[in-house]
Design a protein around this ligand. Structure first.
Ligand SMILES: Cc1cc2nc3c(=O)[nH]c(=O)nc-3n(C[C@H](O)[C@H](O)[C@H](O)COP(=O)(O)OP(=O)(O)OC[C@H]3O[C@@H](n4cnc5c(N)ncnc54)[C@H](O)[C@@H]3O)c2cc1C
Length: 420
């Protein structure tokens, strides 16, 4: 405030939408040294943590209490709780328990004018507007989170992890729909297509079938008797939908190996190509097969290699285009394919992002799903936190979002960024 400069909050910088990338010359405020777990109340199942605490470090620190922090982005060994809050991060185990917004009770925020406020609170049913809900997912455009109260989740009594493999993506998708239609909500329900399954198997050697067209990783948790019944139900649905084999992890070591395979999927790409562009969009579960076909067509049309690894249970697609950036003209083809994939997801009734956020990457695509009035309302909401436009300028909302500014945006306070 005193320096009258715009600023960008940054955690570990693992964000995939460019949210923490500075545009112009803002001050970068890096939170990684704010990494204390300040207080853990095991009885209330709440912890207060600083924003630079790494996601996995929190779960490790409370393991002895029989608790964990449920949102588990695949980057959880590296990303921060502050970054998770700002992007409303998800993860494989968010299908049953919900994404970050469902696990954040209160946030201490330094507003762009220097004021310190608390949004939300520890008591359920906070009166008034849900400002905590506004802040979660605001990607650093409403201030900086300096302390977060998160909900802790008891470790399940029983866990079973199943690997089902299929000779067609359609059969795998039918199994996903069948599981949900049967009223079973797995803790996690992940799909990988043929290319990524092979890449992962070569990388990790977890026993994924190299000749499968698709595999499903299904995790069921809860009380022993209920989990056993659900294992039978999921196996039955899988076989009825064409699963070639249903493998149930025999012990924790096998379970950990299967998850290592899933969570190393992006690392495994390095064996195929030096670069990749990972997309993130959501489609209705019932449209998964159509959209996957369209993704394959679009990438074939641009002569690009595409692989799919995604949270099938909630329709969160992650088409991954593998390429070599040294190839002349490749970037334009990768970008064109990405735009086309995004349009196909929106046309199928989907949304722009399931977990990575909007950042710079999808800022200009916001108008695919929001009209001028919607964008104007969002700009005004942002203004309530940051009327001078200092916090992470030029992210999330397209320029000129506010009605009357379509003709051009005035410069921000430090003359570098622009007002939204
Ligand atoms: C291999 C890989 C796998 C991934 N898997 C997943 C996944 O499964 N699910 C998922 O959701 N994401 C995933 N991501 C994306 C990324 O890890 C998440 O978006 C994560 O939440 C970002 O955390 P970070 O600490 O790196 O934040 P950064 O990248 O540093 O910042 C992200 C955004 O948060 C803002 N921000 C950071 N800290 C604060 C703060 N204290 N106050 C206010 N704003 C702040 C920044 O301004 C920026 O807009 C993955 C990334 C990689 C590289």
């Amino acid at each position: 405030m005193r320096h009258d400069r715009s600023f960008v909050a940054r955690g570990s910088g693992t964000g995939l939408a460019g949210g923490a990338t500075p545009l112009g010359r803002p001050i970068l405020i890096v939170t990684t040294h704010l990494n204390r777990i300040v207080d853990v109340d095991a009885d209330a199942r709440v912890a207060w943590v600083e924003p630079g605490v790494l996601n996995l470090d929190l779960s490790r620190a409370i393991r002895h209490l029989g608790l964990h922090y449920a949102p588990d982005p695949s980057s959880q060994a590296a990303c921060t709780i502050g970054g998770n809050v700002a992007t409303n991060a998800g993860g494989p185990h968010c299908l049953a328990s919900g994404v970050t917004a469902a696990h954040v009770l209160a946030i201490d925020v330094v507003l762009p004018d220097g004021t310190e406020v608390r949004v939300g609170g520890l008591e359920p049913d906070q009166p008034g507007y849900d400002l905590r809900g506004c802040f979660v997912g605001s990607e650093g455009t409403m201030g900086i989170a300096t302390r977060v109260a998160v909900r802790l989740t008891p470790n399940p009594r029983a866990i079973r992890t199943l690997l089902l493999d299929f000779s067609s993506i359609d059969d795998a998708a039918a199994t996903v729909s069948g599981i949900i239609a049967a009223g079973v909500i797995p803790a996690a329900l992940e799909m990988m297509d043929a290319e990524i399954t092979r890449a992962v198997e070569e990388f990790v050697g977890a026993g994924f079938p190299r000749d499968a067209a698709a595999v499903l990783l299904v995790e069921l948790d809860g009380l022993e008797a209920g989990v056993a019944a659900e294992v039978d139900e999921v196996s039955r649905i899988g076989r009825a939908s064409g699963a070639r084999t249903v493998r149930i992890a025999a012990d924790d070591a096998e379970r950990a190996l299967l998850w290592k395979g899933r969570k190393s999927a992006f690392g495994a790409i390095a064996r195929i190509a030096p670069d990749y562009y990972l997309h993130d969009a959501v489609v209705p579960r019932t449209r998964l097969v159509d959209v996957l076909r369209r993704v394959a067509e679009v990438c074939a049309g641009q002569r690009l290699t595409v692989m799919n690894v995604f949270h099938a249970g909630d329709g969160n697609l992650h088409p991954l285009i593998a390429f070599d950036a040294r190839e002349p003209g490749i970037w334009a083809r990768v970008r064109d394919a990405g735009d086309e994939i995004l349009r196909a997801c929106v046309e199928a009734g989907g949304v722009l992002s399931g977990e990575h956020g909007i950042g710079i990457e999808k800022r200009d695509a916001m108008s695919l799903v929001f009209g001028p009035d919607d964008l104007d309302a969002q700009a005004r909401l942002r203004d309530a936190f940051d009327p001078a436009g200092r916090a992470n300028p030029d992210k999330v909302l397209p320029r000129g979002s506010r009605c009357g500014e379509l003709g051009g945006a005035p410069p921000s306070a430090d003359g570098e960024g622009t007002w939204i």
